[in-house]
Write a protein that binds this ligand. Structure first.
Ligand code: NCD
Ligand code: ZN
Length: 351
């Protein structure tokens, strides 16, 4: 079966600052091995992508190392509002961290949210890491400024129901849900291990998980929030939050199609059509993926390209497997082998 190249709008590449976890080479190899031909990279690197110098470092690393196409987010900080405007056309969106997370980017002061939103060009979407009541606050503030807001990794019943109501009122809000919040819940924590289970937002109750499935039509995008940390880091007394996700998303969704929970069209809309529309991502000519819908197999971290060396889905039986990726007319990946070279990926915002 042939599908369009998938788009992951929420990926952490770790370069610069933590390339032992992932870099633009290993991260984009993982993307292709998962069927993704475009990834949008988050700004919580070290240093974070909050000014032109930091953006240039990331653009340079990506240009020389990326194997798939990509876009880059800017990070909203306490004192970079004016510095961001000239960079808007080089980025795919502005990320605002409103709640506790990994890295130094966090906007505690609500008046800064409004300051960022008031000056931004309307074509630059704002992506918010917001949980619980922060979601209500940022939806209101964004709508006061008539600015489209995209909510990252929605994970609870109260959040998805609030977004449903906001959409019914005609507010310009979109959202994404991660595979780990659709396929895992609190009850999986003992099997994964308490330290490795750390992720933001945390795994939720079964009731929350089921509510996401019940409100599927409210979910605009699926996004992995691929947040690699090494096993040694995850198993340490202070485990950083985050799971790898690029190489496990597609087989999980294909399995859900077999189980009757989703249609193929549901998946394509949330991993290609809607991401393209919300983030204004250009078409990739002669680009597609081929999947074997019927192969039954078990997910094994040992077979992945991500540098982090583990997955919360270890041992899970899935049905449906990526065979080939063709990117702009060239065979990029075939039956486990990587053919795309570092530097062959394009920045979707490069003129
Ligand atoms: C992310 C990371 O490690 O960068 N961790 C996570 O648990 N999701 C940070 C984030 O997405 O907020
Ligand atoms: Zn993230």
């Amino acid at each position: 079966m042939r599908l369009p190249g998938l788009i992951d709008i929420h990926v952490h590449m770790r370069e610069p600052g933590a390339t032992h976890k992932e870099d633009w080479d290993s991260g984009t190899a993982a993307a292709l091995a998962g069927g993704f031909t475009v990834v949008l990279a988050m700004p919580n690197t070290q240093p974070p992508i909050t000014d032109s110098a930091a953006l240039a470092v990331v653009e340079q690393a990506a240009q020389t190392k990326a194997r798939c196409d990509y876009g880059i987010y800017l990070g909203a900080g306490a004192d970079n509002i004016d510095k961001l405007l000239p960079l808007a056309d080089h980025a795919v969106g502005l990320k605002m961290y409103l709640d506790q997370t990994f890295g130094s980017l966090r906007l505690d002061d609500m008046s800064l949210w409004a300051k960022h939103l008031s000056g931004l060009p309307k074509h630059l979407p704002v992506v918010a890491h917001a949980e619980g009541r922060s979601i209500a606050a940022i939806i209101l503030i964004a709508s006061l400024f008539d600015h489209p807001i995209h909510l990252a990794h929605v994970s609870t019943k109260e959040e998805i129901l609030l977004i449903r109501q906001a959409k019914e009122k005609g507010i310009q809000v979109t959202c994404e849900v991660c595979p780990h919040h659709l396929f895992l819940s609190e009850k999986d924590i003992p099997a994964i291990g308490a330290r490795r289970s750390e992720v933001r937002p945390m795994l939720r109750s079964e009731e929350d998980r089921c509510s996401l499935w019940e409100n599927l039509e409210v979910i605009d995008c699926f996004a992995t929030d691929h947040a690699p940390h090494t096993l040694a880091e995850k198993d340490s007394p202070k485990p950083p939050p985050g799971y790898p996700g690029l190489e496990t998303a597609l087989p999980l969704f294909l399995t859900a199609i077999h189980e009757g929970k989703l249609t193929l069209d549901d998946v394509i809309r949330r991993l290609n059509t809607n991401p393209r529309r919300i983030f204004n991502i250009p078409e990739q000519p002669d680009t597609w993926i081929d999947v074997d819908m019927d192969e039954t197999w078990e997910i094994r971290a040992a077979e992945t390209y991500t540098r982090c060396g583990w997955t919360p889905f270890e041992g899970r039986k899935v049905r449906g497997r990526l065979r080939q990726v063709t990117l702009r007319g060239k065979l990029a990946f075939d039956s486990g082998k990587m053919y795309a070279q570092p530097g062959s990926g394009l920045n979707i915002r490069r003129k």
